[in-house]
Design a protein around this ligand. Structure first.
Ligand SMILES: [Zn+2]
Ligand SMILES: [Zn+2]
Length: 389
């Protein structure tokens, strides 16, 4: 089959790779009809996530048709149309039983590697490094889906791929970011990063009853998209964000802040940016946490900072004094996608949201390398690329 493979930093290539096969009794094989490039794929492309190997099949946002099932797959049949969540979860371990699917204890065969880096291992993730399982991803014609009786959600009605594809990751991820903010009526929520996840966090915060949402980014087309969802916007290259947020909230700060940026944040202040870039290059620090630092410093006393942007390792100059003394609650997670599939599909069906609003480019799988480069360079106002095998 054809698949988009990681070939090294800044290099992906669509190649012939072996077709996936059923390896375990709870596996299914899905013929992919739509897949997408995620902002977090850019962290792989840019070489920020360790334990990638040349030839790894990328992609963790995909959907398609079940073409084969293992003998123990219940609830799914050949011909079913499914969306597949990006974390792989067994459904039966202690974490899964508590709804913590992205930290499933049974789905990462390379847990030992992750334990060295993080203490304990999170779940395996499709197409996202060997530390997270080494699972071939879904930017391909076919994918093997482990624990297929637990993860994939069947789409029985005629909703088009573009409306349901993002249930695999970015819609639930943005939604969970907003949910972690414990929004009550009247709240002001600030969102760092108006990429696809940020856009869904903004829309979700409004659906949960936020009074105002303030989006922070530097690309005008992303800020315009956020405005079209009802957000107020700040361009951090033109504005002192903390001062502006203070002014916009009667001197108090936003009630909650969402970091939808993660490991590769930019910052207009050259000194701080250079400091973190240098440390990152020297491998003293793995992540550059501008957005996170700013979110903590900007949040009101007693507020929540929710992290859904991806971090890989360690950060420096972390404002612990601000967090501790001002009663800030810090939360973060890879999304427990499985929890949200049914309720968010219902939201789509009810017309509360049409997730296709983030799509800026549609391409063939063969053009994935071009898609990655456009998305990285933000060419042609690239916000979200959907690929069709
Ligand atoms: Zn993703
Ligand atoms: Zn589990």
């Amino acid at each position: 089959m054809r698949a988009n493979c990681w070939m090294g930093r800044s290099h992906v290539e669509v190649q012939d790779v072996p077709d996936p096969r059923i390896l375990n009794s709870r596996d299914a094989i899905v013929r992919i009809t739509s897949t997408a490039i995620c902002g977090s794929d850019l962290h792989l492309y840019n070489g920020f996530i360790p334990t990638m190997e040349k030839g790894d099949v990328l992609g963790h946002e995909f959907m398609g048709e079940v073409v084969e099932t293992g003998p123990d797959v219940t609830g799914l049949r050949v011909g079913d149309r499914v969306v597949v969540p990006f974390p792989i979860a067994c459904g039966g371990c202690d974490a899964c039983e508590h709804g913590l699917f992205s930290v499933c204890e049974n789905s990462n065969p390379n847990a030992g590697v992750a334990e060295k880096m993080m203490g304990y291992s999170p779940a395996g993730i499709f197409g996202y490094s060997h530390m997270l399982g080494g699972f071939p991803g879904g930017q391909a014609e076919y994918a093997r889906v482990p624990f297929a009786d637990v993860g994939p959600i069947r789409i029985d009605d005629g909703l088009p791929d573009e409306q349901v594809l993002f249930l695999s990751d970015i819609f639930p991820t943005g939604w969970m970011g907003a949910e972690m903010c414990d929004i009550t009526p009247g709240d002001v929520i600030a969102v760092w990063g108006a990429g696809p996840v940020g856009q869904f966090a903004i829309a979700s915060a409004f659906l949960m009853g936020a009074e105002r949402v303030i989006a922070i980014d530097r690309f005008p087309y992303r800020l315009r998209k956020a405005e079209s969802s009802g957000a107020e916007v700040l361009d951090y290259e033109r504005t002192d964000v903390r001062e502006a947020l203070r002014d916009m909230t009667a001197g108090r700060g936003p009630d909650a802040c969402i970091d939808a940026v993660g490991v590769e944040a930019h910052h207009p202040a050259p000194l701080m940016y250079g400091y973190d870039r240098a440390k990152q290059a020297a491998r003293v620090e793995t992540d550059r946490p501008f957005a996170l630092r700013e979110a903590i410093m900007a949040c009101r006393n007693g507020g929540v900072v929710a992290v859904v942007g991806v971090y890989g390792g360690f950060v420096d100059k972390f404002p612990m004094g601000s967090l501790m003394n001002r009663s800030i609650t810090l939360r973060g997670a890879q999304c427990h996608v499985h929890r949200y599939l049914r309720p968010l599909l219902d939201r789509i069906r009810a017309g509360d949201i049409d997730p296709a609003f983030v799509i800026s480019h549609r391409m063939r799988l063969e053009d994935a390398p071009c898609g990655y480069e456009m998305f990285r360079q933000k060419e042609d106002d690239c916000l979200k690329v959907v690929l069709t095998p």
